[in-house]
Write a protein that binds this ligand. Sequence first.
Ligand SMILES: Cc1ncc(COP(=O)(O)O)c(C=O)c1O
Length: 370
Amino acid sequence: MTTYHCPQDGIRSSTSALTWRCPICRGPWDLDFTPASGLAPHVLSGRANSLWRYEEILPLATPSASLGEGRTPLVALTETVSAKLDYLMPTLSFKDRGAVMLAELARRLGPERVVADSSGNAGTSIAAYCARAGLPCTVYVPEGTSAKKTEQIRAHGAVLVTVPGGREATALAARAAADEPGVFYASHVFNPYFLHGTKTYVYELWEDLGGRLPDTLVVPVGNGTLLLGAALATAELHALGLIADRPRLVAVQAEAVSPLAAAFRAEAEDLLPAGPVAPTLAEGIAIPRPPRARQILAAVRASGGTFLTVSEDEIRDAQRDLAARGFYVETTGVACWAAVRGGSGLGQRLELGSVVVPLCGAGVKTGMAG
Ligand SMILES: Cc1ncc(COP(=O)(O)O)c(C=O)c1O
C-alpha cells in the first residue's frame, strides 16, 4: 500500500493505518500517488463502462464495492456551455465518484465500522457504498438536512445521527467518533482517496471530447472535493502529455456562505477570520471553514480562474430554468448554471470560452425551491 503525506508538514503515514489526519497540524492528508503512463483515448474501448475504465490513473484496482458509477452524459445547454449530468450517478450525486474509493479502501482494511459526516449527499453515498461493501456505517448530518437525503441514508442501513448546531458541529461530532479505535473515517474532506475518485469527472470529459478539455470548468465549492479532483486531473493529464493547456477553474459559492470567495477577493492564501453566514438553498456548499481552503485557493489561482457567488434568487431561477429545459436538479447542483447563465453577473462578463458545468445532485433530493 502507498502512503499519505501532509502538504503542510511533510509527515507520512501508511494508508493501511486508520490515522485520518496529520498528527502535527491536524490537517487533511494528500496521497503519494503517480499515475501510470499508457492512458490514451484509443486504449479505452472495451473497458468497463464506469469510472474504473481509467485504471492507469486510479490508486485502487478491481473494486468489489462498485455500483457502476461514472460515465455520465455531457449535453449542450447553449452554444458554449455544456452540462455534465452527474445527478445520474447511482445515489444521484457526484459524490459517488469519491465514495466508492473510500468504501473500497475501507473494505480492504476491514475496520469495525465506518463513520462519515456530510451535508447530505456524501453521507448518502458513503452509506450506499458501505452497504455494497458489507461494512457497518454511521453517518452524521446537520439538523435540517433534506428529508429525502436522510431517508436515503437510513434506507441503505446506516445509523443516522442528526446533530444540532450546523455543519461545523456535525463535523466535530463525527471526528470525535473517528478517533475511537477500529473506526475508518470515510471523510470526503480529509481522505485524499476521495479526490482521486472525483478526478474521474475530468477524465470522462477528456475522453468524451476526444482527448481535449473545455476552456473553463465551472465547479461548485463547499469543501472543494470536485474542484480539487478537477485540479488533480488537469495536473495529471498535463504531466502525462495528454493535454497541452490546462482549463481555467471557476469556483462557485452561494453568496450566503462564501468564505473562499471572500479570501480569494482579498488575495489571501487561507481563510479570513470567520465572516457572516446566512441560510442558503445551496445546503451542499454551505461550508464556513473548509479544511482544504489553502489548496482550493491555490488551485483556482494557478489555473487563472476565479470565484463567482450566486444569490438565493439566482439559485431559484436557475433551478426553474433547468427544470423547464428537462433537467430536474437539486438546489446545490444548479449553482454553477446560476453563475454562468444570462443575467448581469460577473459570470456573463468573463470570457470563458467553452464551458462545462456539473449538474451534480438530483432534484428529487430537495424538490423545487419555489
Ligand atoms: C450537489 C452538490 N454539489 C456540490 C457540493 C459541494 O461539494 P464540496 O463540498 O466537495 O465542494 C455538494 C456537497 O455536498 C453537493 O451535494
